[in-house]
Design a protein around this ligand. Structure first.
Ligand code: GTP
Ligand code: MG
Length: 345
């Protein structure tokens, strides 16, 4: 066995919010700007997640971030669907996340799934920021692509600025109705006690530098202790989805938040009746976009470390449950691991 090695893992960021408020667009924008920054190879697409390393985050954030202030490796984003029927996916994402972005359409304000997301975040006590999205749709808005938000806001006419402020104060008021003290992010001193509202546009990229800066700040200042894990320890994760995959049978899409998982290792997975004990047949990552061929969507790896999104192929997974824990046994007593998994179901 290897020596234990402490390290800081990538914080997991869940993106939550009402249907069509712009969660996926925001992630696309973050991915897109990072590709434009000439770091295409640095963005790794995971199963159900996207990892953005620190140097790329700081390039997008531009002058707002000093990378020497941070020692976290970057951010791992998990998208969630906003449609009302996907409550379980949302609560799983919320429970897994170290921090979250609550996306709210600045014109639409709070909607049913916004409130549902807030309740999930309250329950899991997950710190979050609010991305007040679609500021480019404020009538009369003149976009400044990828600009920090205060800069582009000050460049707008007085009328447009007050129209935006009005919508933002509406959102701040709704957060207050939910028991959160909130303000524009640039006025927030302590992000633990106060929710920062970041005006953004997933369309024009305005405010995206600010959003990444606030997220890195949150992760670094308040979560560093939780991010310190035994990077080579036995893996722990959560099943996001159970899926049939051609050539592999039933597979698990897992977000690994602790340790490592290796091919051929014994794992315990939460199942319908009882925990399932099985051996990992393959650990699969999506192939880089450029290399995708229809039959060969996945790439096999021998080992993967937290935090990451992976697909696990193994026998006997038919009764595995989405939302259930996954634990690598490695050199531990298997009965103890089974008890641990059962306790989490
Ligand atoms: P679900 O996954 O279905 O919950 O939706 P979503 O929150 O991921 O929203 P999505 O990113 O799919 O965006 C919904 C629509 O809003 C799309 O047509 C986007 O192009 C549009 N949209 C998203 N963000 C912005 C924005 O900042 N400005 C403008 N003008 N349109 C936006
Ligand atoms: Mg979406």
């Amino acid at each position: 066995t290897r020596e234990n090695e402490r390290g800081l893992r990538t914080p997991i960021v869940a993106v939550l919010g009402h249907v069509d408020h712009g969660k996926t667009s925001l992630l696309d924008k973050i991915r897109g700007s990072t590709v434009i920054e000439g770091e295409a190879g640095a963005i790794t697409q995971h199963i159900g997640a996207t990892a953005i390393p620190l140097d790329v985050v700081s390039k997008v954030a531009g002058s707002l971030i000093d990378p020497s202030d941070f020692d976290l490796p970057g951010l791992l984003f998990i998208d969630t669907p906003g449609h009302h029927s996907f409550t379980t996916l949302r609560s799983r994402g919320g429970a897994l996340a170290d921090i979250a972005i609550l996306v709210v359409d600045v014109n639409d304000g709070f909607q049913p799934q916004t409130l549902e997301a807030i309740n999930i975040l309250k329950q899991s006590q997950t710190p979050f920021v609010v991305a007040a999205n679609k500021i480019d749709t404020i009538p009369g808005w003149k976009p400044n692509e990828d600009a920090p938000v205060q800069q582009t806001k000050e460049a707008q006419s007085d009328r447009v600025q007050s129209a935006l402020d009005e919508q933002l104060y509406e959102i701040i008021g709704e957060l207050s109705d939910e028991g959160f003290s909130a303000d524009m992010y640039w006025r927030v001193q302590d992000f633990r006690g106060n929710i920062g509202v970041v005006p953004v546009s997933a369309e024009t990229g305005e405010g995206v530098p600010d959003l990444l800066t606030v997220l890195m700040g949150l992760a670094q200042r308040y979560m560093k202790e939780d991010m310190a894990i035994d990077v080579t320890g036995p893996g722990a994760g959560t099943v996001l989805e159970v899926k049939e995959e051609k050539g592999f049978g039933t597979t698990l899409d897992v977000v690994l938040y602790d340790g490592t998982i290796r091919e051929d290792e014994t794992i315990v997975v939460g199942g319908l009746d009882d925990p399932i004990v099985t051996d990992v047949r393959a650990i699969l990552k999506p192939r880089p976009l450029a290399e995708i061929r229809t039959e060969d969507r996945f790439e096999k790896v021998d080992e993967i470390a937290a935090a990451s999104g992976v697909k696990i192929a193994a026998p006997d997974l038919d009764d595995a449950m989405a939302g259930a824990p996954v634990r690598v046994v490695r050199d531990r007593d298997i009965e103890e691991v089974i008890t641990e998994v059962r306790a989490e179901l």
